[in-house]
Design a protein around this ligand. Structure first.
Ligand SMILES: [Fe+2]
Length: 345
């Protein structure tokens, strides 16, 4: 396995680059905008292809690298289902798996620092975001934070992991890099409380100043810009209402770019083909299944995904590969459901 812990000095943020092998797919957790060039250089050096960029929560102390990585690698951008961040193209929830080639992370919903805070468990290690820090815990006094939720996330979820589980947080301000669940249970001063009320009292009495970057970082992290806006300007987008009219038409192929787990959970547009986003480069090349389908059948290629971001990137790539009929459903299956389009379970 390739595992790199990367550090942003300005915000004391740790980012994590994961891959199962050289030459394979990579995932990055909590990338920082100013470090994006460095990540891309490292991935080139290690011959990795970035397929997913994940934020553990909406950050208030640095600008996320999600938008820049999306623009430069066309990777899938991931956050929790509570997230209202525009750039996110895939939302996950408790119990889901976050997968890339050769690696699978369990998704744990661990609210408290914010209401969109997630942790990711991968075998012997857990990425705890700002929920559990080394000898500390993330503040709970803004961004819908809640010390009660955080107590449950830590005591009922994270501390239930085996003692030897390695803890990799999103920040450290003292120079520590890694801890373990057992060590934190024993030595984390915030966790030496006798009750939830005592924890709430402790967290409510911290009186911390707002992060320096907060006024810049939060709005900027909420709006990283949409791939869909470009596609719509070029006339390659249909509204969900327009797309609903095309169901069952013999000259239109609905193509679902989501992953198998998303299809099982949220349902599919009746009669749609499954062609996951990760296989897109192969599928749209001459000889690829989508390229040949378009060529041989003359069908209009109508891509869709969860929210319209992956499908917008797919339209761009397909148009570049010569599939002139490629377009997508703006807003994805979420908009489709709002337009009361039919869904097969
Ligand atoms: Fe945070």
């Amino acid at each position: 396995m390739i595992f790199r812990q990367l550090f942003d000095c300005a915000s004391s943020t740790y980012s994590y680059l994961l891959a199962s092998r050289r030459g394979g797919e990579a995932l990055i957790i909590d990338p920082v905008l100013e470090r994006v060039d460095r990540y891309l250089q490292l991935m080139t050096e290690l011959d990795l292809k970035l397929v997913k960029a994940v934020d553990t929560h909406l950050h208030a102390d640095h600008v996320t690298g999600l938008g820049a990585l999306r623009d430069r690698t066309h990777c899938i951008t991931v956050m929790g289902e509570q997230s209202g961040v525009d750039v996110v193209s895939m939302r996950v929830a408790e119990g889901d798996k976050l997968e890339i080639e050769g690696l699978s992370l369990d998704v744990l919903y661990t609210p408290g620092h914010t209401d969109d805070s997630y942790s990711f468990l991968m075998g012997d290690r857990v990425f705890t975001g700002d929920t559990l820090l080394i000898r500390g815990t993330g503040r709970t006094d803004f961004q819908n934070g809640d010390p009660r939720d955080q107590y449950h996330s830590i005591f009922d979820k994270l501390l239930k992991l085996p003692d030897e589980t390695l803890v990799y947080p999103a920040h450290d301000y003292k120079g520590d890099t890694v801890s373990t669940i057992g060590e934190e249970r024993a030595f984390n001063p915030r966790l030496q409380v006798k009750s939830i009320d005592q924890y709430v009292e402790l967290m409510s009495s911290l009186n911390l100043p707002n992060p320096k970057m907060m006024d810049v970082a939060v709005p900027s992290n909420m709006r990283q810009g949409l791939a869909q806006e470009t596609i719509a300007r070029r006339g390659w987008a249909l509204t969900a209402e327009q797309a609903v009219e095309l169901v069952g038409r013999p000259d239109v192929a609905f193509i679902d770019l989501r992953e198998k787990t998303e299809r099982e959970k949220r349902g599919v547009i009746p009669g749609s083909l499954h062609a996951p986003y990760r296989d897109l480069p192969t599928n749209i090349r001459p000889g690829g299944v989508l390229h040949e389908l378009a060529r041989l059948s003359g069908k209009r290629m109508l891509f869709y995904c969860a929210f319209g971001e992956r499908s917008a990137m797919a339209v761009m790539a397909a148009q570049e590969a010569g599939l002139a009929s490629a377009c997508h459903i703006q807003g994805g299956l979420a908009a489709w459901k709002k337009a009361e389009g039919p869904v097969d379970r």
